[in-house]
Design a protein around this ligand. Structure first.
Ligand code: CAA
Ligand code: NAD
Length: 308
């Protein structure tokens, strides 16, 4: 091993190296979150490769980004539509798509995983990517509720691993929770924070605990709302009206459940219940189970607690 390679390896494994510039980002999963993350990253001038399972899904993701950018442009370039067109073209030019995850990460600075909320599937993906990504590439997961430490354990780059938890809708929500595991190096953490700054987000730091900050508070709140309806105490519509007009929330809990995906909340609560069966805040909900079994996942399927 050459002296430089030795120093580089040592630096990487001990976190001695300084923060690295993030110019190319690979987003795995082009769903609600992945396409939003790809959009804001491309808007900040980074090159982005968005990966999903089929070209058809990727085409939908690209269309969603394009529609979201039209909404941005409508306000930003209200007086000059041709400048707006140029703006969109420039950003879309920063985004490429691929169905080949290992191929897409071969030369990337940062991988952000935003696939299905399932530990085994995420671990399988990271195992595969770890073998082919360059040594300096940082891996991050956008998981809502799973352990980052457990995901990182299948890789040889635990010092270059962290959580980047974005919020839905990504282009509008200003926060990203940056999650450190005990092995995350300072250089990795600083790089993740700097990337978030570059894309215009405010960060908070959190340890690798269930739900980090926001979901640890938000998910039990939404589940309490569902239990209130299950008991027949009030209707979803009245609960939503109450929380919007009585507590100043932008959406009521049922609007939010439908917006983020009823299936996402089911994955979260089932996972936490399995891990912490004695915590009543994490009890699963028969009503949520019924909606998911009927394919009523919220806005994305046209029906959840409400019809769209
Ligand atoms: N892309 C681009 N622009 C958008 C947009 C998007 N996806 N969504 C909204 N906008 C912009 C547009 O300019 C829009 O104007 P047009 O409709 O004319 O295009 C403008 O915002 C206003 O939007 P809306 O009229 O739809 O409504 P709003 O002012 O109520 O804002 C909202 C929408 C930001 C979603 C707001 O309702 C809100 O903050 N809701 C709560 C969201 C929330 O709590 N998210 C966190 C969920 S939890 C999570 O994500 C974590 C997890 O792990 C599950
Ligand atoms: P989604 O179902 O909208 O999208 C997931 C995408 O990943 C789909 O397009 C699917 O085809 C793709 N996918 C699945 N397995 C894949 C694989 N092995 N390789 C490549 N692509 C694959 O889900 P989402 O709402 O975008 O959630 C994604 C992640 O983000 C989850 O971990 C979720 O917990 C988290 N999250 C969700 C929200 C939310 O509000 N929906 C908010 C924050 C974090």
């Amino acid at each position: 091993m050459s002296f430089t390679t030795h120093i580089l390896r040592r630096g990487l494994s001990t976190g001695v190296l300084r923060m690295a510039a993030v110019n190319h980002v690979t987003v795995i999963g082009g769903g609600s979150m992945g396409n939003g993350i790809a959009q804001v990253t491309a808007q900040a001038g980074c090159q982005v490769t968005m990966v999903d399972q089929t070209d058809e899904i990727l085409q939908k993701s690209v269309n969603t980004i394009s529609k979201s950018l039209q909404r941005v442009v409508k306000k930003k370039f209200a007086d000059d539509p041709s400048k707006g067109e140029e703006f969109i073209k420039g950003i879309m030019g920063n985004i490429s798509t691929s169905t080949d995850a290992p191929g897409a990460v071969a030369n990337t600075d940062l991988v952000i995983e935003a696939i299905i909320e399932n530990m085994d599937i995420k671990k399988k993906l990271f195992t595969e990517l770890d073998k082919v990504a360059k040594e300096s590439t940082i891996f991050a997961s956008n998981t809502s509720s799973l352990s980052i430490t457990e995901m990182a354990s299948v890789t040889q780059r635990q010092d270059r691993f962290g959580g980047l938890h974005f919020f839905n809708p990504v282009p509008m929500m200003k926060l990203v929770e940056v999650v450190r595991i005990p092995q995350t190096s300072d250089a990795t953490y600083d790089t993740l924070v700097e990337y978030c700054k570059k894309i215009g987000k405010t960060t908070v730091s959190c340890k690798d605990t269930p739900g980090f900050i926001v979901n640890r508070l938000l998910v039990p709140y939404m589940m309490e709302a569902v239990r209130l309806v299950e008991r027949g105490d009030a209707t979803p519509r009245d609960v939503d009206t109450a929380m919007k007009l009585g507590a100043g929330y932008p959406m009521g809990p049922f609007e939010l459940l439908d917006y983020t995906g009823v299936d996402i909340s089911k994955f979260v609560i089932d996972g936490w219940h399995e891990k912490y069966p004695d915590n009543p805040l994490f009890n699963p909900s028969p009503l949520i189970n019924k909606l998911v079994s009927e394919g009523k996942l919220g806005r994305k399927t046209g029906e959840g607690f409400y019809k769209y």
